[in-house]
Ligand binder design. Structure first.
Ligand code: SF4
Length: 503
């Protein structure tokens, strides 16, 4: 366990994320002095903090002390802004803005100390936010030069050259794509289908096994129709830029159910400005030719068929209940039915996988030539079966996720796929990122609009989150309950929440 003691209740989350990024297998606790004192009175364990942080921003500095092997502390300090600027870094757009705010000064000092202690640096430096591309993106919009952007990312957050290239190149590509879409003050739609064939080991999404929930699908679709009625009324004057049906696994719906859902949407909402209509068809064991035909008939122009890995052993281990051969059949069937924009997802850092498995996965994928490839680094979510598995069996990473990422990047490049969006997650393997690669003209528009938070996303279905993006960049959210039964029961309340948000 790594214990961090903080003199006041501030920046706890940032401190925790940064320490955890260096020590992913450790339990990290960040406690204020008050909390530590309370623990000392009730707990027999050793309460000597590994790191002590004194935020003295009113005096313009921060002290951090690291516990040494001989029991003494080595203290470093940094200057920072005082007074009113103290919270400037918590800007509404989520970027970590100015150099000498207490937050940035703290993270810089902590990062340097952790590098020394762990004897390594991190590819993303001190950045712990989930959207690192937003910093270069914002600076591009401010007409900053490439050099200014690189200097800022390197100087303020210690981002490596490799990650700097990734973030900058993605920001440039995203801006070009965004400039071609009339997205401002318009919206995109997300529809969640929370059913799956079975539950994968690493899953943290809203997912119910379809076999047990088959009878509920009809009522669930009726609720989605009610939400669609609301969208038709509330967004009548706006353009719908993209539709994404995700989940869960939308292809657990039968062909007629799929026709019913998309048909209803088409009847009620103007799709004439919709540049992209995606249906996640992630699990190959849910795909049939009839379902593919139904989607094609309904105007779906982008689908995702996900292998995650091309190893049958790993697929069994992660509870996917389909084989590599089934995946290849489903993919080929989708091509035969005329889908010319197919994404594949793979995950790096899966239990028991090493670099050689990733190399094999990429070689097999190269034979299939998807238009779009999303490379995820495994993220261990609290509440997933995987988190439980780790609690019982310990941490299991067998390879170097950074090296796996290089193999995936090189494989994507061989297929002519270049990065177009990325994001990071909490507890992500190797403290890396998830990156979407795509052919020219095949980049997922919804992914960019959603990840860059440049327009409102109206989300329908159980466990979905609607996001309203205001003209000044401010963002407000409202969520639908996760529990399907509760969602059905409270459907009017779910719609009322949206009414209030968009009021
Ligand atoms: S297919 Fe996706 S949503 Fe369904 S159980 Fe697996 S990870 Fe979860």
């Amino acid at each position: 366990m790594i214990l961090v003691n903080l003199n006041k209740d501030k920046f706890k989350y940032d401190i925790h994320s940064l320490v955890k990024a260096f020590y992913p297998a450790e339990d990290v606790q960040v406690l204020t002095t008050e909390e530590l004192d309370a623990r000392e009175n009730t707990d027999e364990t050793d309460n000597a903090p590994d790191i002590r942080i004194d935020l003295l921003e009113d005096e313009g500095h921060i002290d951090i002390s690291f516990l040494q092997e001989d029991g003494s502390y080595k203290t470093e300090n940094a200057e920072c802004d005082r007074g009113d600027n103290a919270d400037a870094s918590a800007s509404t757009n989520g970027t970590e803005a100015s150099l000498a705010t207490p937050k940035n000064a703290l993270k810089q000092l902590l990062y340097k100390g952790l590098c020394e202690k762990a004897e390594r640096s991190l590819p993303w430096g001190s950045l712990t936010g989930i959207r690192p591309t937003r910093i270069p993106m914002q600076m591009i919009y401010e007409n900053k030069s490439e050099k200014e952007i690189r200097d800022y990312m390197r100087g303020t957050f210690f981002v490596s050259d490799e990650k700097m290239d990734l973030a900058y190149n993605i920001a440039v590509r995203e801006k070009k794509i965004l400039d071609s879409i009339d997205f401002k003050d318009n919206y995109s739609l997300y529809i969640g289908i929370p059913f799956c064939p079975t539950t994968c080991l690493y899953c943290s999404f809203t997912s119910y096994p379809i076999a047990a929930w088959k009878k509920t699908v009809d009522t669930y679709l009726s609720c989605l129709e009610k939400e669609i009625d609301y969208v038709a009324e509330a967004f009548a004057g706006k353009k719908l830029n993209s539709v994404y049906i995700g989940g869960g696994t939308p292809t657990t719906l039968e062909p007629d159910e799929m026709r019913r859902l998309i048909g209803y949407l088409r009847d009620k909402v103007d799709l004439s400005h919709c540049s992209e209509f995606t249906v996640e068809s992630g699990r190959p064991d849910s795909i049939t030719r009839e379902k593919l035909r139904a989607m094609k008939e309904c105007g779906v122009d982008r689908i995702s068929v996900n292998p995650q890995t091309m190893s049958d052993d790993t697929l069994k281990r992660i509870g996917r209940c389909h084989s590599v051969a089934q995946f290849i059949d489903a993919y080929n069937m989708a091509r035969e039915e005329g889908f010319d924009n197919i994404n594949m997802d793979i995950i790096l850092g899966l239990p028991g996988e090493a670099e050689s498995d990733v190399r094999h996965t990429m070689e097999e994928i190269e034979k299939l030539r998807p238009n779009d490839l999303t490379v995820h680094s495994l993220s261990v979510k609290r509440g997933s079966k995987l988190a439980e598995h780790i609690r019982t069996n310990g941490y299991f990473l067998e390879g170097d996720t950074g090296a796996m990422m290089d193999i995936a990047r090189e494989g994507a490049a061989k297929m002519g796929l270049t990065p177009y969006y990325m994001y990071r997650q909490k507890n992500i393997s190797g403290n890396l990122e998830n990156t979407g690669y795509a052919e020219e003209g095949k980049a997922g528009i919804y992914n960019i609009l959603m990840m860059e938070e440049v327009q409102s996303i109206v989300a329908l279905g159980a466990g979905t989150v609607t996001k309203r993006v205001y003209g000044d960049g401010r963002i407000e959210r409202c969520d639908n309950v996760k529990d399907v039964k509760l969602y059905i029961e409270k459907i009017d309340e779910m719609i009322d929440r949206k009414r209030k948000l968009f009021g």
